[in-house]
Design a protein around this ligand. Structure first.
Ligand code: ADP
Length: 770
């Protein structure tokens, strides 16, 4: 029967202290009541063999002995319940001694046992309090029901009721205590222990009655009373073992749940070591590894701590096989040690060690429990290592896929996308979320070189065979946003025999390469066309002068020479532009040495207009009365303005007007050239400032040009800390705006400079094209 209870960790919990306080207070009150007990001067029975002081001493010794042979049952981590024969002995004391003596002898025996077992004072106080109230209550019941010296049914009833009262008081206290420690509901504890309590009451009452009858009537038979006592004690042991078995199963279940969850190394170690720690109430539970690592469980926080290995640990690691070391061989002052080797793939990697504490002795049969646990830990560690390696490998592969500039797609045998790298999203504008699980043919609008619709997967599939598992197909992709991309699908098939398992496709975006390639060929076509155009009249006139020079009238000859000089100059400008462009591209410093001075942008615009005498009629120049003063290199400004006016004349109908205006706004001076020509498509308006870019197809070329003018013009504008931008309405005309830092007229405050501009006004300085 739950006779008394260990208070495992009484400190720190108020409610626990309250429970202890309550027991002590009730015990003290009961003791006081025992001394005042009416009619308790005499005992109910007087046993024949021993009397007087001997009887007191014998019963105190018996009480002490009953308390010492206790069967422990653990409730959770903190509470220990002990099943003893003590209640039987207390009942015997109450039957053969007057009440006061009986209570005092019972408490004295218990205190003696506690002193022998060196119990902490708080536990003594608690348990003595519980026994005092239990024994006094039982005495009241016994004396109330049973008559003095009569063996009849009232004795049986009294004895049973008194034992029940004693057990009930104990049980109530224990339920309160467990409630305080584990938070277990009091009613639940009472319900769980009720069966055991009833059986104990019956067993104890029967045993006590039997011993009493023997002691009074036939003391010579007393030794036989040991037999039922032993039987009762063994039934307690069986009950405790069952209890312990349940606890162990619960812990093992918890551990196996951790194992099946695919734990990490730390989780697997933590689960096993805390199981061992609890299971064996161990001084230490640790896993030591041959490579010098070690982890132990902190018994209080149940967290893993590293072990700083020393000679003691090395001695444990040197134990060759599953072993139980006696206290004399165990290190660290342990009362024994269980050592179970950890073996992975037949190789020993370390050992699981449980150090025996003073409280629990490790036994040989514990070895059989720890061995399979160590085995399962080894498997879990191996799995965790494999998993960690797998995760690492996968994350390496993942980062390759994620970082790769080329798109990577894995397509199943059926053509369904299994993997879609981030670069694929950049190339196709289709997100991985949308792609994975969909069929490749449904995701992409693809065309072959001839503009025919195609299925990139099927096209690849046709190329692949187990003998030649690789092949590439060029695919034109039409993205959902309308953009067109030139790509190459490089297929690599994984085959199982003849069956294609999956197709791993690297998708390379060749758009930029092909554009560069096209630009190169466009450039060659353009430049050769531009060079040939002036060469034709030069060659024609020169030949004419050589063959018929003398016969040609002077006027015509002069005209021919003028054309030759004009075209040669044009050729020179062309070559200069080419050189300028290549210098800018190579980022030579300073590319354009230019002088900075203050000039009137309106006057410079007029000069530029005068470069086009043949088109003077078309040019409408509007400038303010006041000069538009800017900081610039005047020659370069004329060059930029001429280029803009020349383009406006060239790319608009021969009779349409071109307006040229100049003005100042804020701290900038502006030159604006506007035409009513064919305009520029919106997607090309920025690209016309790229080198060699021409809107017109070079194969058609109704107008001449290299595509260098605007590129050079913008670079020059920026080198002068200004800018050149364009806007256009296709079919209606284009406007180009050339801005330069304004210079205030003399006497005015200089305008605020924009951040980063360092142009010094009026000073001569050299600037480079950025
Ligand atoms: P080029 O005139 O020698 O071809 P530019 O760099 O001056 O070279 O111009 C680049 C392209 O921009 C031209 O080929 C033309 O297609 C387009 N462009 C420039 N100015 C205009 C304009 N005013 N109207 C229409 N298109 C223009």
């Amino acid at each position: 029967m739950p006779q008394h209870h260990d208070v495992g960790s009484p400190a720190g919990r108020l409610s626990l202290h309250q429970v202890v306080g309550l027991s002590v207070a009730l015990g003290a009150a009961s003791l006081a009541a025992a001394f005042w007990f009416p009619g308790a001067e005499g005992a109910l029975f007087r046993p024949a063999p021993v009397q007087g002081t001997w009887l007191l001493a014998a019963l105190a010794a018996l009480t002490c002995a009953a308390e010492l042979v206790a069967v422990r049952v653990r409730h959770g981590d903190d509470a220990v319940e002990e099943l003893t024969l003590l209640d039987g002995v207390v009942m015997l004391n109450l039957l053969v001694l007057p009440v006061r003596q009986a209570v005092l002898v019972s408490l004295g025996g218990v205190l003696l046992a506690y002193t022998v077992r060196r119990r902490p004072p708080i536990k003594m106080m608690y348990n003595v309090g519980v026994y005092a109230s239990g024994a006094t209550t039982a005495a009241a019941v016994l004396h109330g029901v049973s008559p003095v010296g009569a063996f009849d049914v009232r004795l049986v009833l009294g004895l049973t009721a008194a034992t029940a009262a004693f057990v009930a008081v104990n049980l109530a206290h224990m339920a309160l205590l467990l409630g305080a420690i584990n938070g277990a509901p009091v009613a639940e504890t009472l319900r769980q222990d009720a069966t055991l309590a009833i059986l104990t009451v019956l067993g104890t009452a029967a045993l006590t009655g039997t011993v009493l009858v023997m002691a009074v009537q036939a003391p010579v038979l007393l030794p036989y009373a040991v037999l039922p006592a032993v039987a009762l004690w063994y039934s307690y042991r069986a009950s405790a073992a069952k209890h312990e078995e349940r606890r162990r199963s619960a812990l093992l279940l918890e551990y196996s749940q951790v194992l099946v969850s695919g734990p990490t190394r730390a989780e697997a170690l933590l689960a096993l070591l805390s199981l061992l720690q609890e299971q064996f109430d161990a001084a230490a539970a640790m896993a030591l590894f041959d490579d010098g690592d070690g982890l132990r469980i902190d018994p209080r926080t149940l967290e893993l701590q590293p072990v700083v290995t020393g000679p003691g640990h090395h001695r444990l690691l040197a134990v060759p096989e599953l072993a139980l070391l006696p206290g004399s061989e165990a290190p660290f002052g342990w009362q024994g040690a269980l050592v179970a080797p950890l073996t992975i793939d037949g190789n020993r990697v370390g050992a699981v060690v449980v150090g025996g504490s003073g409280r629990v002795r490790l036994r040989q049969r514990d070895l059989t429990a720890i061995s399979p646990l160590a085995g399962s830990l080894a498997v879990a560690l191996q799995n965790a290592d494999r998993l960690a390696r797998l995760v690492e490998e996968t994350s390496k592969l993942r980062s390759v896929v994620d970082q790769a500039g080329d798109g990577i797609v894995v397509v199943s045998r059926e053509g369904t996308v299994q993997l879609w790298s981030p670069a694929m999203e950049t190339i196709t504008a289709v997100s991985p979320q949308a792609a994975v699980g969909a069929r490749l043919v449904d995701l992409l609008v693809a065309e072959d070189g001839g503009g025919e619709p195609m299925d990139p997967f099927a096209a690849g599939r046709r190329l692949l065979s187990p003998a030649t598992p690789q092949g590439s197909v060029d695919v034109q992709l039409l993205r959902p946003d309308g953009e067109r991309r030139s790509t190459r699908f490089i297929h690599a098939g994984a085959f199982d025999g003849e069956v294609l398992l999956r197709d791993v496709v690297i998708v390379r975006d060749l758009t930029a390469e092909w554009q560069a390639e096209r630009m190169k060929s466009d450039f060659i076509a353009t430049v050769s066309h531009e060079l040939r155009t002036p060469l034709t009249p030069i060659k024609g006139y020169a030949q004419m002068l050589r063959t018929r020079g003398d016969s040609i009238p002077l006027e015509k000859r002069t005209r021919a020479l003028e054309v030759i000089v004009d075209r040669a100059e044009h050729l020179g400008r062309l070559v200069e532009d080419l050189l300028a462009a290549s210098r800018i591209a190579a980022d030579h410093e300073p590319t354009h040495a230019m002088a900075t001075s203050t000039a009137d942008l309106a006057a410079l615009a007029r000069r530029a207009c005068e470069d086009f005498p043949a088109s003077a009629r078309r040019i409408d120049l509007q400038v303010p009365a006041d000069p538009v003063l800017v900081a610039c290199d005047p020659t370069r400004v004329v060059q930029v303005a001429s280029n803009l006016i020349s383009n406006a004349l060239k790319y608009s109908p021969a009779d349409s007007a071109v307006s040229v205006t100049a003005h100042t706004r804020a701290d900038l001076g502006y030159l604006v050239v506007r035409d009513h020509g064919q305009g520029i498509p919106a997607d090309q308006i920025e690209r016309i400032f790229d080198k060699f870019h021409r809107v017109e197809d070079p194969m058609v070329m109704s107008t001449g040009g290299t595509g260098l003018g605007l590129f050079i013009a913008r670079q020059l504008a920026r080198a002068m800390h200004g800018d050149l931008t364009g806007t256009s309405t296709p079919g209606a005309g284009s406007t180009f705006t050339f801005s330069l830092p304004a210079v205030p007229p003399p006497g005015e405050d200089p305008p605020r400079r924009r951040a980063g501009k360092t142009l010094r006004i009026g000073a001569e300085r050299t600037m480079g094209v950025s």
